[in-house]
Design a protein around this ligand. Structure first.
Ligand SMILES: *Cc1c(COP(=O)(O)O)cnc(C)c1O
Length: 244
């Protein structure tokens, strides 16, 4: 009955943001960086605009949504001045037209085909769409993302598509039994990020390494992430109202 008690949820959000910021700062320093080197995204899927706006009033300047339709429906109610939005969920080709140009970055480019589709709409609009390349980080249950062994070659292929600007890599890490396995995944991602960066390819800027969620953002930062995507640790457990 969250709607009856928005005030208490507002307070929870403020407290959660404070704790997460402290944790991010601590992990950043441990990893030899500054707290402000880490971009803190609030993942807002299933969350109502009034709560998202509360997070925005409390210093959040980047949100992530999974579904095109949900983002477009909520967008008019969001206070997005000076705030950026990214698409972080799998994008189907028939939805690409609706989202290109509406978000700063599409983080979830997981096939060459969707990159071409995004580029087509970007070119029609006369813009360049920033994207990240999604890696399937050794995760059997995740259907999306390039295999880490093939990603370098795919990044090069996608970089030659006009209308797309590659800004980095993203992954959703599996739930690991132990921290060592998880750290191995983050380290592999970081090594790939550095490896691709060193190629200095035209149209490939390895600026963003997007990894780490509510359960593992500190480990991700220790592993080299500079953008973490945190949802339930800010807003509480998600309540899914529909399935589509
Ligand atoms: C839902 C989601 C998140 C945030 O998950 P939490 O565990 O709630 O922090 C991050 N990234 C992606 C791609 C997601 O779909």
């Amino acid at each position: 009955m969250e709607k009856l008690y928005p005030e208490s949820k507002f307070i929870d959000i403020e407290e959660n943001l404070k704790v997460i910021r402290e944790n991010i700062a601590e992990a950043a320093i441990k990893s030899g960086r500054k707290p402000e080197d880490i971009h803190f995204m609030a993942v807002t899927k299933t969350i109502e605009p009034m709560y998202i706006n509360h997070a925005l009033e409390n210093g959040i300047d980047l949100i992530g949504e999974n579904r095109v339709q949900e983002f477009l429906e909520k967008e008019p109610d969001l206070k997005l001045d000076n705030v950026k939005a990214h698409l972080i969920g799998h994008l189907q080709s028939n939805k690409a037209k609706k989202i290109v140009g509406k978000v700063d970055v599409i983080q979830s480019v997981d096939t060459v085909n969707i990159a071409n589709e995004i580029a087509k709409h970007a070119n029609n609009l006369g813009i360049t769409q920033k994207v990240l390349i999604e890696i399937n980080a050794g995760c059997e249950w995740s259907k999306f993302g390039f295999d880490i062994a093939e990603v370098k070659e795919k990044v090069h292929e996608i970089s030659e598509i006009k209308g797309i600007d590659i800004q980095g890599l993203m992954c959703v890490a599996p739930i690991c039994e132990n921290t060592a396995d998880l750290m191995q995944i983050f380290n592999n991602m970081y090594n790939k990020f550095i490896d691709i960066k060193a190629e200095n390819w035209d149209n490939v800027n390895m600026n963003i390494l997007s990894m780490g969620m509510s359960g593992d953002y500190q480990e991700a930062i220790l592993g080299g992430a500079n953008l973490v995507r945190v949802g339930s640790a800010i807003f509480g457990p998600r309540i899914y109202r529909d399935k589509h």
